[in-house]
Ligand binder design. Structure first.
Ligand SMILES: [Zn+2]
Ligand SMILES: [Zn+2]
Length: 219
C-alpha cells in the first residue's frame, strides 16, 4: 500500500475539481496494474517522481528520481476513474532486502498529480489544458542523470524500463574507447613498417655499393 494515500486523494480532488467541477473522479491504488494488460476504454500514462526509501532491514535511506508511477484513466461522463501503481525499490546493501514503498513529499505529490490532470484533460477530454507543465526541479535533474539501479527497481524487474541518461552515455562511450585507440595505432604501425623497409633498402644499397667498390678496387 502507498503511504499518505489520504494526501494523494485530497490533492487529486482539489486539482481535478478546479478543472472539471461537474464531473466526479476517483483515485485508487491497484498494485496489480500492468502496462501490457490495458483494458478497452482505458488510457495509460506513466510518470517518474522523486521519492525517498528506507530499508526496513538496515535502516539505510536513499532518494530516487526514477520512481515509476503507472496510471490508468477512464472517463464515463460524468464519472471518471484513475487507478495507480507506484513501483517499489530495494536496498542495494542488503542481500535479502524487501521491496520498500516510496515516500513522496507533499510538493512531489502535487507535481505528479498536476501532470496527471493535464494528461486526463488531453487524453479523456481531448482538451489541451493550457496550463504550463510543471518544470523539473534541479535536484531531480541531477538524480535522473545519476546511475539507475535496475536490479533493485521493481519497475525494471517487471519489464518496464527506466532508462537513465548516464546509463546510455556509459554504454555508448565504452565500446568506443578501444575502437578509437585501435584507429590511432594503425597509422603508427604502418609508419613503422615503412621506416623499417626504407632503412632495409638503405642497408642493401650500402652493401651493394661496398661490394661493388671492393670488386672494382680489386680489379
Ligand atoms: Zn538495507
Ligand atoms: Zn527502474
Amino acid at each position: 500500500m502507498i503511504k499518505d494515500m489520504d494526501l494523494w486523494e485530497q490533492t487529486f480532488q482539489r486539482i481535478i475539481r478546479e478543472k472539471k467541477p461537474h464531473h466526479r473522479w476517483k483515485l485508487k491504488v491497484d498494485d496489480n496494474l500492468e502496462v501490457k494488460s490495458l483494458r478497452p476504454g482505458w488510457k495509460q500514462y506513466t510518470q517518474k517522481g522523486l521519492a525517498r526509501f528506507r530499508c526496513s532491514l538496515c535502516g539505510r535511506s536513499w532518494v530516487s528520481a526514477q520512481v515509476l508511477i503507472l496510471f490508468w484513466m477512464c472517463l464515463k461522463e460524468p464519472y471518471g476513474r484513475v487507478k495507480m501503481r507506484v513501483f517499489a525499490q530495494r536496498c542495494q546493501r542488503c542481500s535479502t532486502a524487501l521491496f520498500e514503498e516510496p515516500e513522496f513529499s507533499p510538493e512531489g505529490i502535487e507535481k505528479i498529480l498536476g501532470c496527471l490532470v493535464v494528461r486526463i484533460l488531453l487524453k479523456c477530454y481531448r482538451e489541451s489544458a493550457g496550463a504550463p507543465v510543471p518544470r523539473e526541479d534541479p535536484l531531480r535533474e541531477i538524480l535522473v542523470a545519476g546511475p539507475h539501479d535496475a536490479g533493485n527497481c521493481e519497475a525494471c524487474l517487471v519489464g518496464i524500463s527506466c532508462p537513465s541518461q548516464s546509463d546510455g552515455k556509459v554504454s555508448k562511450a565504452l565500446p568506443r574507447r578501444p575502437h578509437n585507440s585501435a584507429q590511432y595505432q594503425q597509422p603508427a604501425s604502418k609508419r613503422g613498417k615503412l621506416l623499417l623497409l626504407l632503412s632495409l633498402c638503405i642497408v642493401i644499397v650500402f652493401v651493394v655499393l661496398m661490394v661493388t667498390l671492393g670488386v672494382t678496387g680489386l680489379l
